[in-house]
Write a protein that binds this ligand. Structure first.
Ligand SMILES: [Fe+2]
Ligand SMILES: [Fe+2]
Length: 204
């Protein structure tokens, strides 16, 4: 009897310590996918900016540059969380295609739409279930930024189709903490997502 109680105790202890040290497996996987997505988007948008410049579309080039910067900030934030969980990102090569600016804008709209409506909501659900608060924050900042990027790209494509790209914003501001992106004329005094003062914003 005593022996079986002891065995039971040991099993309970093992289960308890296993729980305590359990890694948030799904969130780790999602952070890695997020880093890959954001790093690829950052490189892709920089290439799209260069392409827009060759087409004489300077306002659209600025938008791509600002979004590229924002995605790099998201990748950096996800990486910080991943490393705090004791994990490392594997090396990879970003893959993407550069077409005409009109096609690039459509690809960007589709990419942002997938991230804000499908990918990040699923990542957030898992991070909340696994109680990784820092991942919840990093995913939320990225998701809320991608929503804004999508709207900017929709506006830019409409202007391009109507040959009115000169009416688009000539400058953007990117929050260095969360990646939130503003048209310069519409900046908040403090970042609406993370509270950083506008004097710290990266001006594009
Ligand atoms: Fe984005
Ligand atoms: Fe921010």
């Amino acid at each position: 009897m005593r022996k079986s109680l002891f065995i039971l105790f040991m099993i309970a202890l093992a289960a308890f310590s296993g729980c305590k040290n359990a890694k948030p497996v799904k969130t780790i996987e999602n952070l890695k996918a997020g880093i890959k997505g954001e790093t690829t988007a950052s490189a892709k948008y920089q290439a799209f900016a260069d392409k827009a410049k060759t087409e004489g579309l300077d306002t659209i080039a600025k938008l791509f540059e600002a979004a590229s910067k924002a995605e790099a900030i998201h990748a950096g934030n996800h990486t910080k969380v991943l490393e705090e969980l004791g994990e490392k990102m594997e090396a990879f090569t970003p893959g993407f295609e550069v077409k005409t600016t009109a096609e690039n804008l459509q690809a960007a709209i589709d990419g942002e739409g997938y991230e804000e409506a499908t990918m990040y909501p699923a990542f957030l659900e898992a991070a909340k279930a696994e109680k990784v608060d820092k991942a919840v924050k990093s995913f939320t900042w990225a998701m809320d930024t991608e929503k804004k990027h999508k709207e900017f790209y929709i506006k830019a494509l409409k202007a391009l189709n109507e040959k009115k790209t000169g009416s688009l914003s000539f400058g953007y501001a990117v929050c260095p903490v969360c990646g939130n992106t503003y048209e310069v004329a519409a900046m908040d005094k403090n970042c609406a997502f993370c509270g950083t003062g506008k004097d710290k914003f990266i001006m594009i």
